[in-house]
Write a protein of this length. Structure first.
Length: 346
């Protein structure tokens, strides 16, 4: 385990050395952009560091309704609710969903979506999909709630959702798109772009706003009725709202976000091309590139001043996954350097 006194960008400081940083998230690199920092400073100047009241209070900040409207528009859903973190947003979504039906958890669902003590299925996703279709179609409407991640950053996988078109009974689908929103889709709407619009299915989408947008906050979006009910829950009314400056910065950073999305896609494309001769896995063009396993690779790259992602996650007993995470901050020469060293080591 290593420590630093600086927030990483394309590089990080480690024991006096400047190392290339291919870990973490903040995929668009907004946290290092002077223009985005200026917007955050504007937000702090205008709104302070906290809105000191419940979202259910008798005095409310219109800024929250503005960002909720903008987010549900981006996601092509009817309504949205913002929270102070992605984890809290997911917990609010799943606790509400558990009042709507019996949960059908997908394999490897992130702990942020766990509600009651949860035993995840051991089946493959293909087997789980087949079983889920059979279960849903053999029971009345609204019996089940399907709970899943949209993207698995540990396998660099965008999960398939076209199978939802085979469902014949009405069902709520809760999907965490923390690693898709801001990145995937023509406008950065995320995985919802790939989810079929089919009458039996209604979606409740949850996401962290930190992974792509570099702001502490989370969102739940869905039908107007579902979001209205969710906003009556203690997890919404009883939690400290998102820092207003974060909402202000996001609402005013549209052009910068699109610029950085374009740069991220260019970096991912370059990385896919240059890594084609190595055992590197990334089937869906996501920012996380899965590298060969083993501590030796991590140490060899660290000796060459390159930090990759490798730690037990999402649980302490999880097997570390070696990943090189690309952001919009990386330069072509950074990616070339990583490739050269990987060729020497792998």
């Amino acid at each position: 385990m290593q420590y630093t006194d600086h927030t990483p960008g394309r590089t990080t400081l480690l024991e006096g050395r400047t190392c290339l940083f291919f870990s973490g998230f903040a995929y668009l690199g907004l946290h290092q952009q002077p223009a985005f920092k200026a917007l955050l400073a504007q937000g702090v100047e205008k709104y302070g560091t906290v809105f000191p009241s419940s979202r259910a209070g008798n005095l409310r900040l219109s800024l929250y309704e503005e960002i909720e409207h903008a987010l549900c528009t981006l996601l092509h859903l009817q309504s949205a609710a913002v929270f102070s973190s992605g984890f809290l947003a997911s917990q609010a979504a799943v606790h509400y969903a558990l009042t709507c039906g019996k949960p059908l958890y997908a394999p490897d669902t992130h702990p942020a979506l766990w509600g009651l003590p949860t035993a995840l299925p051991l089946a493959t996703r293909e087997e789980w999909i087949r079983q889920t279709i059979e279960q849903v179609n053999s029971h009345p409407d609204h019996t089940f709630v399907i709970i899943t991640d949209a993207v698995n950053p540990l396998t660099s996988t965008l999960h398939p959702f076209q199978w939802l078109q085979e469902l014949e009974r009405k069902v709520l689908v809760v999907a965490d798109d923390s690693h898709g929103i801001g990145i995937l889709g023509p406008a950065g709407q995320g995985s919802i772009h790939f989810m079929p619009k089919t009458p039996p299915v209604r979606y409740l989408l949850t996401a962290s706003l930190a992974k792509a947008y570099s702001i502490q906050g989370g969102v739940v979006a869905g039908s107007a009725a579902d979001i209205m009910a969710l906003k009556k829950s203690p997890l919404f009314a009883g939690s400290t709202p998102m820092m207003p400056a974060n909402a202000h910065a996001w609402l005013h950073a549209g052009e910068l976000i699109q610029k950085m999305r374009k740069q991220l896609q260019q970096n991912i494309t370059h990385m896919l091309q240059i890594m084609a001769d190595l055992p590197v896995h990334n089937p869906h063009g996501l920012p996380a590139f899965i590298l060969p396993p083993g501590e030796a690779l991590v140490k060899s790259l660290e000796d060459r001043d390159i930090i990759i992602s490798s730690f037990p996650y999402p649980q302490p007993q999880s097997v570390p996954v070696n990943r090189a995470v690309i952001s919009a901050l990386h330069l072509r020469e950074d990616i070339t350097t990583l490739h050269q060293f990987l060729k020497e080591i792998v």
